[in-house]
Design a protein around this ligand. Structure first.
Ligand SMILES: [Mg+2]
Length: 95
């Protein structure tokens, strides 16, 4: 059997966008964010497992990566990540 090369995460995300389209993947992102949100709400009530939350986090990470590609946002996301990092660091370091 021929060994199939596995895709990098970036290649896989681009392939999903190409196959399903930006509109469908944007809807999918909203759906996955909702699923994570519900898992966290259920967790607060002791009605879900850490494994379920882990799976939903993984789903959301895939969709966030696709959103970053679809909205050509990598540079701005990096900028805002650094700004948020600094802001949070200031808050947690404040005595
Ligand atoms: Mg999900």
């Amino acid at each position: 059997m021929e060994k199939r090369e596995s895709m990098t995460r970036q290649e896989l995300c681009r392939a999903a966008i190409s196959k399903f389209g930006k509109e469908a993947q944007t809807r999918k992102a909203v759906e996955e964010l909702t699923e994570l949100s519900l898992a966290l709400q259920h967790s607060a009530k002791g009605k879900t497992s850490y494994d379920n939350i882990s799976e939903e986090i993984a789903d959301v990470r895939f969709m966030l990566d696709q959103l970053e590609i679809m909205y050509d946002a990598a540079g701005r996301v990096e900028y805002w990540s650094q700004e948020k990092h600094k802001r949070l660091e200031t808050i947690v370091s404040h005595k």
